[in-house]
Ligand binder design. Structure first.
Ligand code: NAD
Ligand code: TYD
Length: 355
């Protein structure tokens, strides 16, 4: 381990965004040793990381962040210099049916990691240590027709998911102010791209269009989300991890607002073209269903702080990114089948238990 410049724990590395961040760090920084700390819930899929799992600077640890003893054991084993914390329960609809699972992982789990870092990072002068907390724009609540969330927008979470993420953000900042823990935090808008679990809007619609199943649009479909290519989020995290100011928060977003219904129509058109269907065929599958309880109307991020301070901007136009995303899902049928059948959960026992 001595040959590595830093030992970084990435929590939730088997999930959607975590797997993109992990891949970026493992490939770009052979001088860092990266430990993927993940409980492999329904959302964790080690098949997401097949291409990097044999790299010498990567290790996987099957661990629940709420298990204090396990986190201590991992600190003893790796003496982590930094955390990039993505592990969370992340789906709003699930938070409406099972809110306490979100309180447990997102609030208690984050608290347990913060406590461990506080205990182990004694050298306040060291600039090696950093707790990077990955959060969401949903903590700011819901916008009307106009305006943007800035870093100064007061928190106003409305779903159990966003409330649990807001609590964790507050804990992170409280550990910075109270104990001087080196932290940085980012709040990002909705991500899309490859390896996205098909319970979320875009991958669900792609999968349903492919299989000619109904496309469930909640309510009238007039809710607005601001979509960002997941690899642009990963690049922003890389930049903030290395250059972000301690104790600061940064908004990340694509300046790319879409009404759900317009987005679903766009996806239908892209899929008609890619599947060789007559234009308008897939849109016939659109079915308006009962609205989500407490459904936030509009999210829109002002990412100018990140742009002005660190020079970040999104790299991809939405149509191009959606096209690439659709291609990935069409070319990775096995991945989708494993996820929808539950087979992906065997991958860990088959690959790791035999070692
Ligand atoms: P995801 O649901 O795809 O993955 C979450 C990962 O965390 C999974 O690998 C899961 O196994 C792991 N995990 C869950 N509970 C755990 C626990 N108790 N201990 C250890 N590991 C656990 O989530 P995602 O969409 O990749 O989101 C990652 C992070 O980014 C979350 O913190 C989320 O709030 C935040 N975020 C997501 C979005 C988005 O659009 N998806 C946008 C902004 C911020
Ligand atoms: P989602 O991908 O769950 O992300 P979030 O709720 O965190 O923004 O949903 C994106 C938008 O799409 C949201 O307004 C809810 C809506 N939606 C549907 O209309 N139908 C669906 O089946 C899903 C999953 C979401």
């Amino acid at each position: 381990m001595d040959k590595y410049q830093k030992i970084i724990a990435i929590t939730g590395g088997a999930g959607f965004i975590g797997s993109h961040v992990l891949r970026l760090f493992v490939n770009k920084y052979p001088e860092y040793f990266i430990v993927n700390v993940d409980a492999l819930t329904y959302a964790g899929n080690l098949e997401n990381l097949r291409d990097i799992e044999s790299k010498p600077n990567y290790a996987f640890e099957h661990a629940d962040i709420c298990d204090e003893n396990k986190i201590e054991e991992l600190f003893a084993k790796y003496n982590f210099d930094a955390f990039i914390h993505l592990a969370a329960e992340s789906h709003v609809d699930r938070s409406i049916t099972d809110p306490l699972a979100f309180v447990r992982t997102n609030v208690l789990g984050t608290g347990i990691l913060l406590n461990a870092c506080r205990k182990h990072w004694k050298d306040k002068a060291s600039d090696k240590n950093l707790f990077y907390h990955v959060s969401t724009d949903e903590v700011y609540g819901s916008l009307g027709e106009t305006g943007f969330f800035t870093e100064e927008t007061p928190y106003d979470p409305r779903s159990p998911y966003s409330a649990s993420k807001a609590s964790s953000d507050h804990l992170v900042m409280a550990y910075h102010h109270t104990y001087d823990l080196p932290v940085v935090l980012s709040n990002c808008s909705n991500n899309y791209g490859s390896h996205h679990f098909p319970e979320k809007l875009i991958p669900l619609m792609i999968n349903n269009i492919k299989h000619n199943k109904p496309l469930p649009v909640y309510g009238k479909g007039e809710n607005v989300r601001d979509w960002l290519w997941v690899e642009d989020h990963a690049r922003a995290i890389d930049l903030i991890f290395h250059k972000g100011r301690r104790g600061e928060k940064y908004n990340i977003g694509g300046f790319n607002e879409w009404k759900n219904i317009d987005l679903v129509h766009l996806l239908c058109n892209i899929m008609d073209e890619k599947l060789g269907r007559e234009k308008g065929t897939s849109a016939k599958l659109i079915t308006h269903v009962k609205d989500r309880m407490g459904h936030d109307l509009r999210y829109a991020i002002d990412a100018s702080k990140l742009n002005n301070e660190l020079g970040w901007k999104p790299s991809l136009q939405f149509e191009e990114g959606l096209g690439k995303t659709v291609d990935w899902y069409l070319q990775n049928e096995a991945w989708v089948n494993h996820v929808t059948s539950g087979q992906y959960q065997q991958y860990y026992s088959e690959q790791y238990n035999k070692r």
